[in-house]
Design a protein around this ligand. Structure first.
Ligand code: NAD
Length: 297
């Protein structure tokens, strides 16, 4: 299939590579020309704008930081909707708020196109391995239509319900993730302060009832999990500012639903503090620095 791809960051680049590996033809665009060049080296065609990336394709995938970026890429003069033919489907895998999804879906519909929310979980490791979980919002027919494209980038492709329910699932998942990472950080730092070897503590948690992804895959204490961002100076991975954004999405959505999110609001303040300290670009597991005596960022 011919696919346009806009947004070649930590997640988008490996996802686009997997589409190429599956035999799809890709037009790629990103503001970062180096990111574009890496994909061109792997066989993609460089586009000069989102509009150019969306020209003469069957699908367009977007993987951008936030709703404002999706809006400009979609509706700008050089945007996707300006270049796209009728009946092309736009799959947005960015994590954004459900209300924006609904407005983008309406705009696409007026243009004769379909906009599908398909945010992901699984992190950069899952993006590279092609094992992401996709949470898809749209009709059953649209879900069947996008499934072959998403299957080249993920292992679990889940139909969550109508438009925007993919984002609802994603926001709720990341609410859990932001809280568990803060919880594991608190426990690992306490263990260190009380004198236990962090590797021993990590091993115990990972075979006990405290086990979770934040502990057994992404442990925030350096050296406990060799492949975790904490072991490489909190580089790569899922940025603190992105987690802060997602907890903002959760607390905003909770406000509109008049639903309490006590721990989410507290976790949001922890990542906000990290961002204020200039650590917004570090992986979100760097939140442990708030707890460790020598961990000031
Ligand atoms: P990133 O910041 O690494 O990448 C975003 C890319 O978008 C960058 O390459 C940037 O240059 C590009 N971009 C920004 N504005 C653009 C524009 N106007 N036109 C073209 N390109 C533009 O972010 P990421 O970590 O890849 O995350 C992308 C999305 O996926 C976010 O919504 C994030 O919340 C979500 N997400 C991230 C992870 C993760 O582990 N990193 C996991 C799940 C979901």
């Amino acid at each position: 299939m011919k696919i346009g791809f806009v947004g070649l960051g930590h997640m988008g680049a490996p996802m686009a590579l997997n589409l190429l590996k599956a035999g799809h033809a890709l037009n790629v665009f990103d503001l970062n020309t180096q990111a574009v060049q890496s994909l061109v080296d792997a066989g993609a065609k460089a586009a000069t704008s989102p509009k150019a990336a969306a020209t003469d394709v069957e699908f367009v995938v977007t993987m951008l930081p936030a709703a404002a970026h999706v809006k400009s890429v979609l509706t700008g003069d050089d945007g996707i909707l300006a270049g796209i033919a009728k009946n092309v489907t736009v799959i947005d895998s960015s994590t954004i708020d459900p209300a924006s999804v609904k407005s983008f879906a309406d705009l696409a519909k007026q243009n004769g196109n379909t906009f599908v929310d398909a945010p992901v979980s699984g992190g950069t490791g899952g993006a590279a391995a092609g094992t992401l979980t996709f949470m898809v919002g749209g009709s059953a027919a649209v879900f069947e239509h996008v499934k072959p494209v998403l299957s080249a980038m993920g292992k679990n492709i889940v139909h969550c319900g109508d438009t925007s329910t993919g984002q609802v699932a994603k926001i709720c998942n990341n609410l859990v993730l932001g809280i568990t990472m803060a919880g594991v950080s608190e426990a690992m730092a306490l263990g260190e302060a009380l004198g236990i070897d962090p590797k021993v503590l990590g091993g115990i948690i990972n075979t006990s009832t405290g086990r979770c992804w934040s502990s057994d895959t992404y442990n925030p204490f350096p050296g406990v999990i060799e492949t975790a961002p904490s072991t490489r100076g909190y580089s790569g991975g899922f940025g603190t500012d992105l987690m802060l954004k997602d907890l903002g999405l959760a607390t905003d959505a909770a406000k509109s639903a008049r639903q309490p999110v006590y721990l989410g609001a507290l976790a949001q303040q922890l990542y906000q503090t990290m961002s204020t300290k200039g650590a917004g670009k570090l992986d979100f597991s760097a939140v442990i620095k708030l707890y460790r005596k020598d961990g000031d960022s």
